[in-house]
Write a protein that binds this ligand. Structure first.
Ligand code: F6P
Length: 350
């Protein structure tokens, strides 16, 4: 009987448990594997923290948000690591893990690729609410985040209208504006600002002024946290930061651009503005049916690859098919919002 490890890395997202359940149940039932959850992402492999995932422990979790095995942004190859990659190799040997299914975004899969090159059997599953992993049409978690943001925009419409206000809604999206664009289209935003499109504040004021001139006394502006407002921030290279601390992968911590924007809009147009930051509500709670199904399909496809002995791959969604791709062809390239989507959104600006 072979032992297989599953881990979840990076920010949590809805659909992780559905995915863990699919990998574990298929592994146990069809392949007679002994399944283990590696706790708290790559940290669990450095410290040898695992727990068995039997049929009972993965039952009743399909609809639950978060991850039953915990997650972290631990980077074993980070500049301050203390022989972490070697500790991982030792633990894999000690725990007799035949293969590892790593569920995560670009950072997590980047580590998976490095370990694969060191001889570890890995298969990746793409996850992030940001939908910015290249090679796949969608990651699971994104659909849930878009639905949460859309519901928030729907609610903000009525209060914006009652008070004649501009409502700025800040959503997640570090490198890419997928959540902002999709939720903005679905929620009928009057303006969507994303990292892919340089911001010109004069144009922003102009769109809002024109809208007010044609009798609309309120507006909804959806903004991705990763936009740069050139005149506002010198320290963060144009980004608005929560703190100057960086995570293990060297990422800055974004957040707060919505409030900055609301102030500028008030100053630049004279319209009263408020900001709502959706933050981690976009990542918490029950996954949509779409995310449960996508996670389930990814999970089944990944453990099938393990069974067939095909490693160094990540399963992705292309059209309606789940296919394997080489990890090396997917890592380190952000999938950003293309003009097809932004042009649709733009039709409804103002
Ligand atoms: O997982 C990606 C993401 O959702 C980004 O959009 C966001 O910047 C980041 O996570 C915030 O995560 P945390 O607060 O957990 O560090």
């Amino acid at each position: 009987m072979k032992n297989i490890g599953i881990l979840t890395g990076g920010g949590d997202c809805p659909g992780l448990n559905a995915t863990i359940r699919a990998v574990a149940k298929k592994g146990i039932v069809d392949y007679d594997y002994k399944m283990y959850g590696i706790l708290e992402g790559w940290r669990g492999l450095i410290d040898g923290m695992i727990k068995e995932l039997d049929m009972d422990s993965v039952s009743g979790i399909l609809h639950r948000g978060g991850t039953i095995i915990g997650t972290s942004r631990t980077n074993p190859f980070g500049k301050d690591n203390k022989g972490d990659p070697e500790k991982i190799l030792e633990n894999i040997k000690k725990l007799d893990l035949h293969a590892i299914v790593s569920i995560g975004g670009d950072d997590t899969q980047g580590v998976a690729l490095k370990l694969f090159k060191m001889g570890v059997n890995v298969v990746g599953i793409p996850k992030t609410i940001d939908n910015d992993l290249s090679g796949t049409d969608f990651t699971f978690g994104f659909d849930t985040a878009v639905n949460i943001a859309t519901e928030a925009i729907d609610r903000l419409h009525t209060t914006a209208e009652s008070h004649n206000r501009v409502m700025v809604v800040e959503v997640m999206g570090r490198h890419a504006g997928w959540i902002a664009t999709f939720a903005g289209i679905a929620g009928g935003a009057d303006l969507i600002l994303i990292p892919e499109k340089p911001i010109d504040m004069e144009e922003v004021y102009d769109v809002l002024r024109k809208r007010h001139e044609r009798g609309k006394n309120y507006s909804i502006v959806v903004v991705a946290e990763g936009i740069k407002i050139p005149q506002e921030n010198e320290k963060g290279d144009g980004f608005v930061l929560q703190t100057e601390k960086r995570d293990d992968f060297g990422h800055i911590m974004l957040g707060g651009v919505g409030a900055v924007l609301a102030k500028l809009i008030e100053r630049g147009t004279g319209f009263e503005a408020r900001c709502t930051v959706l933050g981690h509500t976009q990542r918490g709670g029950t996954p949509t049916a779409f995310d449960r199904i996508l996670g389930t399909r990814f999970g089944i496809a990944a453990i099938e690859l393990v069974y067939r002995g095909i490693f160094g791959k990540i399963v992705v969604l292309r059209g309606n098919e789940i296919i394997p791709k080489d990890l090396k062809d997917v890592i380190g390239q952000n999938k950003t919002v293309d003009d097809y989507w932004y042009d649709i959104a733009k039709v409804f600006f103002g």
